[in-house]
Design a binder for this molecule. Structure first.
Ligand code: GRF
Length: 205
């Protein structure tokens, strides 16, 4: 069995895609052992609970208020995760940059998904920024990538899978967001399978 820790901050559609792929037998020999959120109201936590997956709420604010460092926050995150079996840490909308105090515990075992092509629009609001760049005639397509997280670099690191996503002149921002998220949900499963060395099974129709 391969165990995933999924780190989230928001609505958790990527987490849901992973849970569904496991439940439907598409991603075999894999289990989500724990879901971590830095935000209490993250809908992703409700999704995990609905599937009986253990959750950890690990907020940064108490550390800031106590004058404690990000490194301590990350070190404690690693300690909490150590209570669970974890083969791969999957960042699915996790909004904090992980420092080496966390990453050193999971060398080559942390992956992230970014809704843009490698090198393009790192950071937040990537889809919106790509959409605006398209409108200005600066780009004619965007994409999605899954990459390893070797260090504190934002949305960069060795690419595992990337896929181009077209933008059409008649697209609204919502159209583009929906197209990108659909691709995300597909390629994150492929990337996880590839990293774990698991063979994906065909979707039952
Ligand atoms: C996704 O677009 C992902 O690429 C980015 O954050 C978003 C998370 O969405 N890193 P969700 O919470 O999985 O719905």
């Amino acid at each position: 069995m391969n165990y995933l820790a999924v780190l989230v901050s928001g609505r958790g559609t990527n987490l849901q895609a992973i849970i569904d792929a496991i439940d439907e037998g598409i991603l075999p020999d894999t289990q989500v052992s724990v879901v971590v959120s830095n935000r209490k109201d993250a809908y992703a936590l409700r999704r995990a609970e609905a599937h009986g997956i253990p959750t950890i709420y690990h907020p940064l604010l108490p550390y800031k208020k106590a004058g404690r460092s990000r490194r301590e926050y990350d070190e404690d995150l690693a300690k909490k995760l150590a209570q669970y079996p974890v083969d791969l840490v999957v960042l699915a909308g996790w909004m904090h940059i992980l420092s080496s105090s966390f990453l050193r515990h999971y060398a080559n075992r942390v992956i992230n998904i970014h809704p843009a092509l490698p090198g393009a629009f790192p950071g937040t609001h990537a889809i919106e920024r790509a959409y605006e760049a398209f409108k200005r005639g600066e780009i004619d397509r965007t994409g999605v990538m899954v990459h390893y997280v070797p260090d504190e670099g934002v949305d960069c690191g060795p690419v595992i899978i990337q896929r181009e996503v077209p933008i059409y002149p008649q697209d609204s921002l919502e159209d583009l967001e929906e197209r990108i998220h659909r691709v995300e949900h597909e390629i994150y499963i492929q990337a996880i399978a590839q990293v774990l060395g698991v063979k994906l099974r065909p979707r039952r129709s």
